[in-house]
Design a protein around this ligand. Structure first.
Ligand SMILES: [Zn+2]
Length: 201
């Protein structure tokens, strides 16, 4: 989303978008700026579990960079579903933390068209998708995430994954693998970017 946690000197003027300030005794403070007010914050008392306070955690699927995220898990979750794979990847109860960018990018790496229904995918394709999800998330971490408009990390720098994205927000540009033009479709209300040649339907 568009909010940001950022370290500031305490004498720095407060933005009109600053919602929360964390003080510390070294003349700096951590400020949470959130222009669009989509952000949420919880206090978890030491005697409570995270999931008992932040109840959304109870329904989240596995972490994609954890040992629980296996090909078998993905196959078990997807092989009975008739939904488009793009929609299923954005379902946070299946795999937690895959947003629109990394869903498009991992489908590209796996060579899977975003409209393919989950149950049509072979185990070989699911295996490639599993590998692609891990790869794009690791690349995203390495390149500091993806910057939209005002997003900055806590040091005030922008993420630069988008500079090297395979398909995301590259509509009309040349595919980095085959040279054909990247296409875009709306699936479940979300823009989906893909290469029609590398990801045939
Ligand atoms: Zn291509």
């Amino acid at each position: 989303m568009t909010g940001q946690l950022k370290w500031n000197c305490q004498d720095q003027p407060i933005s009109s978008h600053t919602r929360v300030r964390f003080w510390c005794d070294q003349q700096v403070e951590l400020r949470f700026d959130d222009q669009r007010t989509f952000g949420q914050m919880w206090y978890v008392p030491p005697d409570r579990s995270l999931a008992s306070v932040v109840t959304a955690f109870q329904t989240l699927g596995v972490e994609p960079l954890s040992a629980d995220f296996t090909v078998d898990y993905l196959v078990a979750k997807l092989n009975l579903s008739k939904r488009p794979i793009k929609t299923a990847l954005l379902d946070q109860t299946i795999v937690a933390g895959i947003g629109n960018i990394y869903a498009d990018e991992s489908l590209f790496l796996a060579g899977i068209h975003p409209l393919r229904s989950c149950h049509s995918l072979t185990v070989k394709e699911m295996t490639k998708l599993h590998k692609g999800i891990i790869q794009v998330l690791q690349d995203g971490l390495e390149y500091g995430g993806t910057t939209f408009s005002s997003y900055l990390n806590s040091n005030g720098t922008k993420g630069n994954y988008l500079d090297r994205a395979w398909v995301f927000r590259r509509t009309g540009a040349e595919c980095r693998v085959c040279g054909n033009k990247i296409d875009r479709l709306k699936i479940g209300g979300r823009s989906s970017h893909f290469c029609p040649v590398c990801q045939p339907q």
